[in-house]
Design a protein. Structure first.
Length: 375
């Protein structure tokens, strides 16, 4: 089976934490991704702060083979630095990594093109869209063209994942950014990313048929974000019609955060790559339903429960006794979870016989272990 981990909103939902948690818990045989350096996924693991921009966060599971797919957009310097960072933290990568030789490689001209053209939509300007455009025009350099990547690209087998699935092995694939940034189905254009972000595209990117047995895990946050504006005229754009922009101060006040908690929140809510303060919005149930309609999730991972109620901060529950775990969560967070369940026909939620039908993981802080597992 293929587990697909995808952000429900406009990114920064803690998808990396969920991917790392599930990899360590479920121990898949392969972890895969097709990222670009315009997004980062932060994981706190064994005392280390790990930032994933090319490698899947599931790489923290030491026995998994690591695959970077054909639709990845690679910055060579970022990839090398990331591998070194992980291996210094004890996460060995080089002997497990395979890179599809048709993944495109960013050149300096790509960063220059985006700096000149995309400031007006508050782009990260890392060259991702430009590199993809040159790949479409067949003028780009690909991973297979670089001697420095030869150890990773030459052993790549186009049927690697298909063969693994045929053998009954487990595969975990992580997406980049979020569904609300999808170029075709996201919340607004041109304020979007340069690629499709949905579960069907994930299968296509890894040459897997639509009939592939999948389990889609949607990662959601109670207060969706957009990257920070560069200026009044260089903006990341609007959000959903049933949502309104709010402030981190208001969220902290409503959740009952301590002064230190609020200070930590402001630091936490800077984008991993650009370090801009994120804009924040009230929850859009319309966009949540749209995500569910398009991606058919098996269940939802709700992160940042502590932004609903600060008393949820740091909760951790490894037991498989769901009623006990459910009772740990604050009433405010439980009420929010029940509203999510009512939004879509998760199995069991329609008839009210399973309070965990939709949301089965609740993240309560930045650490991998800070999860209440309701599966």
């Amino acid at each position: 089976m293929v587990t697909i981990i995808i952000d429900v909103q406009a990114g920064s939902g803690g998808k990396g934490k969920v991917a790392a948690y599930l990899a360590l818990e479920d121990q898949p045989d392969i972890v895969a991704a097709s990222f670009g350096p315009n997004a980062g996924h932060t994981v706190y693991h064994k005392g280390h702060k790990l930032i994933f921009r090319h490698l899947p966060a599931g790489s923290v599971w030491k026995d998994a083979e690591i695959i970077i797919g054909a639709s990845a957009v690679i910055d060579l310097a970022v990839l090398e630095a990331e591998i070194e960072m992980l291996e210094k933290a004890g996460v060995m990568v080089r002997d497990r990594l395979l890179i599809h030789p048709r993944a495109v490689v960013i050149q300096e001209c790509d960063r220059e093109n985006e700096a000149a053209l995309l400031r007006g939509i508050s782009s990260t300007m890392k060259g991702v869209g430009s590199a993809q455009a040159r790949k479409v025009m067949r003028t780009a350099k690909l991973a297979g063209d670089f001697l420095t990547l030869r150890n990773f690209t030459e052993p790549y087998n186009n049927w690697r994942i298909s063969d693994a699935l045929a053998e009954g092995r487990e595969v975990q694939i992580e997406t980049s950014q979020g569904f609300d940034l999808c170029i075709n189905h996201g919340v607004s254009y041109p304020f979007c990313t340069s690629r499709q972000i949905n579960a069907s595209q994930v299968l296509a990117d890894f040459a897997l048929p639509p009939s592939t047995r999948t389990e889609v895990v949607g990662v959601v946050r109670p207060f969706p974000i957009r990257v920070g504006n560069i200026s009044e005229t260089e903006t990341s754009g609007p959000y959903a019609d049933d949502s309104k922009e709010t402030t981190w101060e208001q969220i902290a006040k409503d959740a009952g955060m301590s002064p230190k908690g609020y200070a930590d929140l402001l630091e936490q809510e800077k984008t991993t790559v650009t370090q801009r303060q994120r804009r924040v919005f009230t929850f859009s149930f319309n966009r949540f339903r749209r995500f569910c309609d398009v991606n058919d999730p098996a269940y939802i991972a709700l992160n940042f429960a502590d932004q609903i109620d600060w008393t949820d901060r740091g909760l951790s529950a490894k037991t498989r006794i769901r009623d006990l775990n459910w009772s740990l969560i604050s009433q405010k967070t439980r009420d929010f979870i029940e509203r999510l369940d009512a939004c879509w026909d998760f199995e069991g939620a329609k008839y009210g016989d399973d309070p965990y039908a939709g949301v089965k993981l609740v993240g309560t802080g930045p650490g991998i272990e800070q999860v209440v597992d309701l599966r």
